[in-house]
Design a protein around this ligand. Structure first.
Ligand code: KG4
Ligand code: ZN
Length: 352
């Protein structure tokens, strides 16, 4: 077991080629090359375009991270890489690169879960996570309430979206409003000028009967349809659509349900800490509302700075550093990239 290990993290699950380096909980480098501009005109990430961009960016981004940290590969105690979930071809680039670096240097390799990394990144901002904690994990592909008993290995999903992820809903509604891709940050910005009580859009899975079967689950597809219908009706009547107000009212519906259910989960499980993680955790209204409601409930709320919420390599390095410190054995080198990796698997086991 090594305290304050130096770990490099490689992230290529979607459109960001991220390479981060940490020493213990200290962030030394966070290099990110994004192909988002190449996808914007398609209104979504094009997997082949993302894979090719990762290939081109991989080696220069690793070099940039090492330079920023003032280190060489020989200084590393571990290399962590996102093994899944994510886009298969994109993941393969990062996993292949990480294996090559590990083989060439003899530095131990950890294949880790992208979603656990979104939780672990909080340690870079706020130090060790008090366990157990509730993780509200909200990204472009997932919206889950996680029980984090042990970030090194015991993470259980209490609930999740049964249809669209929160980030996906932001991106789809942004498109309806004519805002660019990815829509989350644009809705966040527009909503600041809007009235969140302008329309009351539906709060999915919060009715009494849904709370029995889907207590900690989310549904955002009905909300997206409600926004689409509302916009259509306005246009049919020749009215202008007030973009800022619709953005604010939609964002309120999402943040209301996310915070309500995360706090309920914490209360009902007797847990005193909630962590926000994933791209949507960068949302300013989600952060404010979560802080307010957590304070009322006597719960501590933690979140990382916005840049660490969206995909990056530092989060993978943070999880890797935690695994090394906890004495978790490295992964066997032949592990595959797994596009549908189980959310409860923190890192790929060492097969004996
Ligand atoms: O975690 P992430 O970077 O990638 C995935 O793992 O999916 O999350 C990306 C998602 C996108 O849907 C994006 O629109 C959303 O996070 N997002 C936001 C904000 N910043 C990014 N959603 C709402 N408000 C934001 N400020
Ligand atoms: Zn992510």
């Amino acid at each position: 077991m090594k305290s304050n290990p130096v770990v490099m993290g490689i992230e290529t699950s979607c459109d960001e080629t991220g390479v981060g380096i940490v020493r213990g909980h200290e962030l030394l480098a966070d290099a990110v090359a994004s192909s988002v501009d190449e996808h914007a005109r398609f209104g979504g990430v094009v997997p082949e375009v993302a894979s090719r961009a990762h290939l081109e960016a991989m080696v220069p981004t690793v070099q940039r991270a090492l330079d920023d940290a003032g280190l060489t590969l020989a200084d590393l105690d571990g290399i962590a890489v996102t093994a899944g979930p994510g886009l298969a071809g994109a993941l393969m680039v990062g996993v292949g690169a990480a294996k090559a670096y590990s083989l060439a240097t003899g530095v131990p390799l950890y294949g880790v879960n992208h979603l656990s990394a979104h939780i672990a990144v909080d340690t870079l901002e706020n130090g060790p996570i008090p366990e157990p904690a509730i993780g509200l994990l909200v990204s472009g592909g997932h919206s889950s309430i996680m029980m984090v008993e042990d970030l090194a290995g015991k993470v259980t999903q209490l609930g999740a979206s049964i249809d669209d992820a929160a980030g996906e809903a932001f991106d789809k509604v942004a498109r309806l409003l004519g805002l660019p891709f990815p829509g989350g940050p644009y809705i966040d910005k527009a909503a600041k000028e809007g009235d969140r009580a302008f329309v009351r859009f539906p709060r999915g899975l919060t009715a009494a009967k849904d709370m029995e079967k889907h207590r900690y689950d989310f549904s955002f597809s009905g909300l997206k349809t409600a926004v689409a219908r509302w916009i259509e009706a306005q246009r049919a009547e020749g009215n202008n659509v007030p973009v800022n107000d619709v953005a604010a009212a939609f964002q309120e519906a999402v943040c209301d349900v996310l915070t309500q259910k995360a706090i309920l989960a914490a209360k009902e499980h007797g847990v005193g800490t909630i962590l926000l993680g994933g791209g949507v955790a960068a949302n300013s209204r989600l952060r404010t509302l979560a802080v307010e409601r957590a304070e009322d409930a006597g719960i501590t709320l933690r979140y990382p700075r916005p840049k660490l919420c969206t995909d990056n390599g530092a989060m993978v390095a943070a999880l890797g550093s935690h695994l090394v410190s906890a004495g978790v054995a490295p992964s066997v080198i032949d592990f595959p990239a797994n596009s549908s990796m189980d959310v409860e698997v923190v890192s790929l086991a060492n097969r004996l």
